[in-house]
Unconditional design. Structure first.
Length: 209
């Protein structure tokens, strides 16, 4: 799963950093089993950790490509690709029933386009049953179909399918760990009615049952 900058950037860096054992990065468990999604940010963070002597070079190469994220989650990124909803790359939610608002944007098209989905970080310190809910709050005045996926170390473990317009909610059992929730409007994700270009926003809540 890639963020607002993708595989092409990784390829460029691999070519430019000639002579460094890139395979050592890609085959390291801290890379392929990381809590964050595979992206240029994760590659950069792992490369710096394994080859600190190249940190200055790596920073220069990243900045030449207008990439500013400092760690595997892209913290500090200022390049939003033209969509304000994209930053921060990973939003954060706590298990306190306090909502955060995230938006699904189809400005650049549908199905795996920038803005279709938003990533939300979730750290669970106490295993148990939790309620995750999305309710439409903001954006264009259209009917939405909010859905979400939950990932643990890059593996999808939950899919919350929409059955009621403008909202979705499920109860899930979560163990201790760092999760990523991918939030999206299915109408911006299904590659149908691609001329709509709608933006729909949702209040996302997480609460212990």
């Amino acid at each position: 799963m890639l963020s607002c900058v993708g595989e092409a950037r990784i390829g460029q860096l691999i070519v430019w950093i000639n002579g460094i054992n890139v395979f050592k990065v890609l085959s390291n468990v801290s890379y392929y089993a990381n809590d964050a999604f595979t992206s240029i940010y994760l590659f950069h963070a792992q490369m710096k950790a394994l080859f600190p002597e190249y940190s200055t070079l790596l920073e220069s190469l990243m900045q030449e490509q207008i990439i500013w994220g400092a760690d595997e989650y892209g913290v500090g990124e200022v390049n939003n690709g033209g969509l304000a909803v994209e930053l921060p790359i990973y939003k954060k939610i706590n298990a306190d029933n306090v909502p955060i608002n995230v938006c699904s944007d189809a400005t650049y098209g549908e199905q795996n386009k920038l803005g279709n989905s938003q990533f939300v970080k979730l750290a669970i310190s106490q295993a148990g049953s939790y309620q995750i809910s999305l309710i439409k709050s903001g954006g264009d005045k259209v009917i939405s179909k909010p859905e979400f996926l939950v990932y643990l170390k890059g593996e999808q473990i939950i899919y919350a399918e929409n059955s009621i317009n403008d909202e979705v909610s499920i109860s899930v059992d979560l163990s201790n760990g760092n999760y990523v929730i991918e939030v999206f409007d299915y109408n911006n994700y299904d590659n149908e009615n691609t001329d709509a270009k709608n933006v729909t926003c949702f209040d996302v809540r997480l609460a212990a049952n």
